[in-house]
Design a protein around this ligand. Structure first.
Ligand SMILES: Cc1cc2nc3c(=O)[nH]c(=O)nc-3n(C[C@H](O)[C@H](O)[C@H](O)COP(=O)(O)OP(=O)(O)OC[C@H]3O[C@@H](n4cnc5c(N)ncnc54)[C@H](O)[C@@H]3O)c2cc1C
Length: 467
């Protein structure tokens, strides 16, 4: 997110001085690292929760269209940067078909209706549907091998991507460094307060020497992932009052067995179990990372009080304040189903995890799969009248004067970084947007007025996080 914002700003205002502060010794070691997320270029080609079913059986595709448009903005930005020689090439994204796989009469019927609704839209015209086991076996042989007979169906969109967001982040920051942006690693923003000129004073500590310095900034983007809530609270801005965060650790099973990898060339999303939260949607993904290939299955949820994978066990406690206690308690009382899901997941052992995998890969052998720890999610608890609500999407919090903004949320979705950061520009620099529009459109030709409108809401409030 920060690399995307710095890239946009460096094109829009080349004379501005930009400094990126990273607490770890290298960039992209938290959620954006390739193995800390699933690498799905979310374009709503395979995720069922983007196409809710109405009580009359109709399928609402508005959210899917919006997410597809948002992903297009990211790909247009990347294409622009490649054409300009600012990205070294396309090694961070790999074309991989996106599929949805379901079982049972009811879900087969739903998938058929969903395909009919989506494929009528030009953005999804290439999507195929099949309920023929032989055709599905041609698409994804491992999923059909050893499967008991029964109703199954799948859709297949050939135009999906696996994205190594870690490699992308490193490329973006390498380019920014070459163009004059200062990138400092091993330095942690410990505190921030208003400066006398209406800007911000950031207290930054070098983590190896322990020495501190103060950085004055006219504008601050708190793109600190799980660390954003605490920093926004430290800033004292009114807009962060009442917000809380709830951490959920992620795990995946991974195999690098060449014979399995060679036979599964797709990202296959299924249906979340009834009552489980959207980020629990199981999926079996072909991954391409650092020149190697692997398969990933998950996610499984784990319990941790850390807000960052390399964070501290005190993270959760440090964000609890008088103004967010009631929103957090009320969310706990209202989301018993989520707590039940988490307890079940945390208590699940290797055998249960392999059993979940075998619903997708009936012949999966224990020895082929290792458990890896993914990134840390921090679900947003948002204050509302009478308590709080648990958000599965993202929340862009901006101060009224636009001098500081931060992104909260389990998964803003690295896929939608370009759209999220254009939205941020509109909110924090409304007076400049008209002048910036032509250059933004040169980078992202399909940018709409709505994307760049300062008054537009930051995100679709219903945008549901995808693992
Ligand atoms: C399990 C899982 C699966 C996911 N799958 C997908 C997917 O398939 N597709 C998709 O699009 N998205 C996915 N996401 C979401 C995606 O990973 C995130 O949206 C994205 O990486 C967030 O980027 P970011 O820059 O906001 O945060 P991060 O990549 O976490 O970066 C924040 C950085 O800030 C640094 N930092 C924190 N505090 C401080 C401080 N005080 N001072 C200095 N530096 C600090 C951190 O060290 C870190 O490097 C997934 C997330 C998870 C956890």
């Amino acid at each position: 997110m920060s690399a995307t914002l710095a890239t946009l700003l460096s094109e829009l205002e080349p004379t501005w001085s930009i400094e990126v502060i990273e607490r770890l010794d290298a960039v992209a070691r938290e959620s954006s690292d390739a193995w800390n997320n699933a690498g799905t270029g979310h374009a709503a080609l395979c995720e069922l929760n983007y196409t809710p079913e109405g009580p009359d059986g109709s399928i609402d595709i508005a959210k899917a269209v919006r997410i597809n448009e948002q992903f297009s903005l990211s790909t247009e930005l990347w294409d622009h940067l490649i054409a300009q020689g600012r990205l070294p090439g396309d090694d961070f994204r790999t074309p991989v078909p996106h599929m949805t796989f379901v079982q049972g009469e009811r879900d087969v019927d739903y998938l058929r209706r969903r395909h009919a609704a989506l494929s009528a839209h030009p953005r999804f015209a290439a999507m195929e549907f099949s309920d023929d086991p032989a055709t599905i076996a041609e698409w994804v042989p491992l999923i059909m091998a050893g499967r008991e007979p029964g109703p199954v169906a799948a859709t297949r969109a050939p135009d999906g991507f696996d994205v190594d967001f870690g490699a992308l982040t490193r490329h973006l920051l390498d380019d920014l460094g070459d163009r004059g942006t200062t990138i400092r690693t091993g330095q942690e923003v410990r505190d921030l307060r208003r400066g006398p000129d209406g800007g911000w004073q950031l207290l930054i500590q070098d983590r190896s020497s322990g020495r501190s310095r103060v950085l004055n900034a006219r504008f601050v983007f708190v793109g600190a992932g799980g660390g954003a809530l605490r920093l926004l609270q430290r800033s004292g801005i009114r807009e962060i009052r009442g917000y809380g965060g709830f951490p959920i650790a992620g795990q995946f099973l991974r195999t690098r067995n060449p014979s399995l990898v060679a036979e599964h060339r797709a990202k296959v999303y299924g249906k979340a179990a009834v009552g489980s939260p959207p980020m629990s949607v199981p999926h079996l993904d072909a991954r391409a990372v650092g020149g190697g290939q692997a398969l990933l299955f998950g996610p499984y949820a784990g319990w941790s009080m850390k807000f960052l994978k390399h964070g501290s066990w005190g993270d959760l406690l440090r964000t609890i304040r008088p103004d967010n206690v009631w929103p957090m308690v009320s969310v706990g009382l209202k989301n018993v189903g989520l707590l039940r899901y988490l307890i079940t997941e945390v208590l699940a052992g290797r055998a249960q995890r392999m059993a979940s995998l075998r619903e997708y890969l009936p012949d999966a052998a224990d020895a082929d799969w290792e458990l890896i720890t993914a990134g840390q999610r921090v679900q947003v608890i948002k204050p509302v009248r009478g308590g709080g609500v648990l958000e599965f999407g993202t929340e862009l919090v901006t101060a009224a004067d636009g001098s500081i903004a931060g992104l909260l949320g389990a998964s803003p979705g690295a896929s939608t970084a370009a759209s999220a950061m254009v939205d941020l520009l509109g909110r924090c620099f409304p007076a400049r947007m008209a002048g910036w529009q032509p250059r933004l459109r040169a980078m992202m030709p399909s940018l709409t007025d709505e994307d760049a409108d300062a008054d537009a809401p930051s995100e679709d409030p219903d945008l549901v996080d995808q693992p």
